[in-house]
Design a protein around this ligand. Structure first.
Ligand code: ASP
Length: 303
């Protein structure tokens, strides 16, 4: 059985003429670094669960993406972070939403899975739990970067609605290990100028994140409200497990439903067989895939 790791750094209106060479170089380097982190573990016989956490942590730390440091800001100017992780063996999972001080949201999600009787913790309680678990705490300012402050100001000046040029910079990782077990992780700051304690699809098991050894591991990016309505990540697994669809056909079918419901976005998925698929309805998606035969990193439709 051979291992496979697939990652995304969000999708959106990225085109070669709208991303500077420096931004592109930084994003590609971060995608390679995330693949390196997961590949080291998987290549040495490590678990899919450890690999997706390790890859997600690299992407959370890189300000190119809307997760961890560099997350988008709420209407009142805070970073509020959501994440989930799921182990396809036994369908164990953990998630957090609205974190303000925990540096590694994906690791907080894993702590919920492994050290609490719960699946989803939110807001101050989730940070409190993460602190008790010994996870590093930082000031909310640590997550903020100037470009996100400028984006927030632009969205508020335009009336607070969502920008059609939006880049969904959520990050995610899915993997299958050499034992044939799958795992998925997703981490995000959500949407710019979110209000009222809005939570998107990323930390909701079955919407933005799902893993089941009987089907696939899935991570989503895009307009979270529509991915929740479609139960997108679980729907993809159900198409494979119950409907018998090939992985890529199942993924394309879910994206068609997302578009039919008025949304857009992208998905990555791997199956216990080692099969992998990705797709997106936007001009680009930051993404990468690695296996024993090599790797590929891409941003735009073609490269
Ligand atoms: N799906 C995320 C959310 O709605 C946003 C993203 O993909 O960037 O919270």
């Amino acid at each position: 059985m051979s291992w496979k790791l697939m990652i995304h750094g969000g999708c959106g209106a990225m085109r070669p003429d709208s991303v500077t060479p420096e931004q592109e170089e930084q994003a590609r380097a971060a995608l390679h670094a995330a693949l390196d982190a997961g590949e080291t573990l998987l290549g040495a016989g490590g678990s899919a669960l450890d690999a997706v956490e390790a890859a997600a942590r690299v992407l959370e730390e890189d300000p190119s993406f809307n997760a961890g440091r560099g997350a988008v800001l709420t209407a009142d100017g805070h970073a509020e972070l959501d994440a989930a992780i799921m182990d396809g063996t036994g369908r164990r999972c953990g998630a957090v939403a609205g974190l303000r001080t925990t540096r590694a949201p994906v690791s907080a999600a894993r702590a919920v899975m492994e050290h609490s009787p719960h699946v989803l913790l939110t807001y101050a309680g989730a940070d409190h739990f993460a602190r008790e678990q010994g996870l590093e705490q930082v000031a909310n300012e640590w997550f903020k970067i100037a470009v996100r402050e400028a984006q927030l100001a632009k969205v508020i000046a335009a009336g607070g609605g969502f920008d059609s040029d939006i880049k969904y910079g959520t990050i995610g990782a899915v993997a299958v290990d050499s034992a044939g077990h799958v795992a998925a992780a997703t981490s995000t700051g959500g949407l710019t100028a979110k209000r009222w304690g809005r939570i998107g699809d990323s930390p909701l098991i079955g919407a933005g994140t799902y893993a089941d050894d009987r089907a696939a591991a899935v991570s989503a990016t895009g307009l979270g409200e529509v991915f929740i309505r479609a139960a997108a990540a679980h729907e993809l697994c159900a198409r494979v497990r119950i409907g018998g669809e090939p992985l890529q056909a199942a993924l394309d079918g879910v994206l068609a439903e997302i578009v039919a419901l008025g949304g857009n976005g992208g998905l990555i998925a791997v199956a216990p067989s080692g099969e992998a698929a990705w797709g997106f309805t936007t001009p680009g998606m930051y993404r990468g895939v690695a296996g024993p035969d090599g790797r590929e990193v891409a941003i735009y439709a073609e490269r």
